[in-house]
Design a protein around this ligand. Structure first.
Ligand SMILES: [Zn+2]
Length: 442
């Protein structure tokens, strides 16, 4: 949406010079050359476009043209369908029905002759990183998904309210509304009516599309950390919601290595979890800036990663050195205050996905087999780091009941570990050494 990306509020009328930064951003030209004077800023159409962008409390905009003269027509909309929620994945969703009534009100005493009256359901993909600096054609791409032509041919409407019902089965494969750091996907209904006298009334209404993937069996994942004998099993819900917490079960085996008289074992000292939101956007180029990306159909990929939830845990698990394993369950959640985005993978270039990163700080200790409780830290410590893909999606209406009734199933553990990233690093944090000292004293 170029208005948001390139929008600056101009005082009207302009009394003082605009700083260099704002001046270049305000250029309505789509090439890189800058105007030599600020004359273009003083043109009255800027004042008009400013008022044109003013929203009323419902987020709708009305044409500045219709304000100039006495109004004879105005537009409104009544939405009759519930909020748009796709169920299941883009491949399997049956979509969602949007229905409502467009209203054209003839406010004058005389009938109005309507030259045209139409409504468009439009998808808008926009980016804060356009290929051409400040180029609104690079920054935003629109696709008209559906159009209704209600009136044409100078149809005459009497004074009063006229309803025009419409409905649209929004296809379930469409990407959902998303507002990332680099790219955004928005949907809007644009209505426009024009009288034979040239009076124009416009109406814009955003439509938010959400998706809910229904929860299935919990996901079990196995990670091994060669050359150690450590194996980590983690159980996560199949879907995670932007609001609310979720359980994470972790079990690590192979923590004890016994020799004839002594044993070496790993003690878990700290567990850190982090939820990463990873965004990729391929910025397309407008025809004017196509040379910058090497031709049609190409773009420049931008990436942005941020943490949307994390915590450090220093206790809460059970360690059984005789059995050689430890286990525990903790609660994780996404910080809903950070405006988390749901997963989206759009053919128009925006992809947002999420991973849960686990870091386990383990410290090595030595003990005689006869007195396993008299352990001595060897001073060696490691950080085990691994990550798991998670699906972040809106709740479906039935989600909670379904989750409560579905017991976790453990049969879909893969025979061999899938490809994944693990890391083992030496740990030299002072924090841990302080803990070790305290343990020795007690
Ligand atoms: Zn461009």
């Amino acid at each position: 949406m170029p208005g948001r990306i390139l929008g600056f509020d101009f005082p009207s009328p302009l009394l003082r010079p605009v700083p260099e930064k704002k001046r270049s951003a305000s250029s309505v030209r789509s090439d890189d050359s800058r105007p030599d004077s600020m004359e273009h800023l003083r043109r009255p159409h800027f004042g008009k476009s400013h008022s044109h962008d003013k929203k009323d409390k419902d987020g709708r905009r009305e044409s500045s043209l219709s304000r100039q003269a006495a109004r004879h027509i105005k537009l409104d909309m009544v939405v009759e369908s519930p909020p748009v929620l796709f169920l299941d994945s883009p491949q399997h969703s049956s979509g969602s029905l949007f229905s409502g009534r467009m209203q054209l009100v003839v406010t004058g005493a005389a009938p109005a002759a309507i030259k045209s009256f139409n409504l468009i359901f439009r998808a808008i993909t926009s980016t804060k990183r356009p290929v051409g600096d400040h180029c609104k054609d690079c920054a935003s791409k629109t696709t008209d998904l559906k159009e209704w032509n209600f009136l044409d041919n100078n149809a005459e409407l009497s004074t009063g309210n006229h309803d025009f019902p419409f409905s649209y089965l929004i296809p379930g494969h469409l990407p959902t509304t998303a507002h990332g750091h680099i790219g955004s996907i928005d949907y809007k209904l644009f209505a426009r009516a024009e009288t034979v006298n040239g009076e124009v009334a416009e109406y814009i209404r955003p439509v938010v599309i959400n998706r809910a993937i229904r929860p299935g069996n919990d996901k079990n994942s196995v990670r091994i950390f060669p050359p150690t004998n450590l194996t980590l099993n983690v159980t996560l819900p199949s879907v995670i919601h932007p609001i609310g917490d979720f359980p994470v079960y972790a079990r690590m085996s192979g923590i004890t290595t016994k020799k004839e008289d002594t044993q070496i074992r790993w003690r878990l000292r700290k567990l850190t979890w982090r939820i990463e939101e990873q965004e990729k956007f391929v910025s397309p180029a407008c025809p004017k800036h196509m040379a910058k990306v090497g031709g049609e159909g190409r773009g420049i990929q931008h990436e942005h990663t941020r943490d949307i939830g994390s915590d450090d845990l220093k206790s809460g698990w059970k360690t059984d050195f005789a059995d050689g394993q430890l286990e525990g369950e903790f609660t994780a959640s996404i910080d809903s205050g950070l405006k988390p985005q749901c997963d989206v993978d759009s053919p128009s270039g925006l992809k947002i996905n999420h991973v849960m990163v686990l870091e386990l700080v383990i410290a090595e200790e030595w003990a005689p087999n006869k007195k396993p409780n008299q352990a001595t830290p060897t001073g060696a410590a490691r950080v085990l780091r691994t990550q798991f893909n998670i699906n972040v999606t809106e709740r479906s209406g039935m989600g909670i009941a379904w989750e409560d009734e579905q017991p976790p199933l453990y049969e879909d553990i893969p025979a061999s570990p899938p490809s994944y990233r693990i890391e083992i690093n030496d740990y030299d944090g002072s924090e841990l050494n302080e803990d070790v000292d305290q343990l020795r004293l007690s």
